[in-house]
Design a protein around this ligand. Sequence first.
Ligand code: G5P
Ligand code: MG
Length: 226
Amino acid sequence: MVLRVLFRAIIMGPPGSGKGTVSDRIRKSFELKHLSSGDVLRANIKAKTEIGLLMKSCIDQGQLVPDDIITRLILLELRNIEQSPWLLDGFPRTVRQAEALDEAYNIDTVVNLNVPFETIKERLTSRWVHLPSGRVYNTSFNPPKIPGLDDVTGEPLSQRNDDTPETVSKRLHAYKTQTEPVLEYYRSKGVLETFTGTETNKIWPHVHAFLSGKLGSGNHKAAGSV
Ligand code: G5P
Ligand code: MG
């Protein structure tokens, strides 16, 4: 399918607000590449790259990694997919990162998932992930077909080191102090669209309708394609 525009979107929201879950649904519905900064960092940690080894303690302690490192990493990854429309998840997380992104790309829209912090804390302690793909499960909300195993590959699932209650509190604090100003940054540019709720299944139809309006029918995936 030939795309008419190279759509650039960002998905924002506090840790555990459902960015990964909603991104997966967007990816399945629209012709978009999905890039998650957290997945990129975790892949570096798993592969024991120099950056991964350096960043591991920051992430495990619930702190943001330094702006210059993550910005370089993400801009490099974006170069590999710049021929496609993309959806960026987890980046930018500071105003400095947003400014650096602006210098390289025009952002069409920012989908902001506004989920209360109390809802989030419960979700993260019951999250299980398939590290190689970034696929996310939850023992109550979307359990894997076979407990402990990824639906697609059958490989074992794991829990993230930063999903302990103590680290989740630190991540929420970092979000409030460092990332919330980014919402204001995009609001003032007129590209922020906020979706409020406590359940992804209720938020999703609104996100879908909004993106359908933005992208038009040309960017919908054919039914059944993944
Ligand atoms: P990440 O990886 O970007 P966070 O903290 O932003 O991490 P996270 O934890 O990945 O975000 P999410 O993607 O918003 O959360 O949420 P999700 O995984 O889809 O859903 C969370 C859980 O809830 C899942 O189990 C899901 O199944 C379940 N769920 C979803 N919807 C519902 C629902 O309706 N009901 C219920 N009951 N459950 C539901 O970043 C990690 C770290 O990397 C570094 C930082 O250290 C960061 O802490 N980092 C950066 N540092 C600096 N700058 C950047 N740009 C950075 N990017 C990453
Ligand atoms: Mg995520």
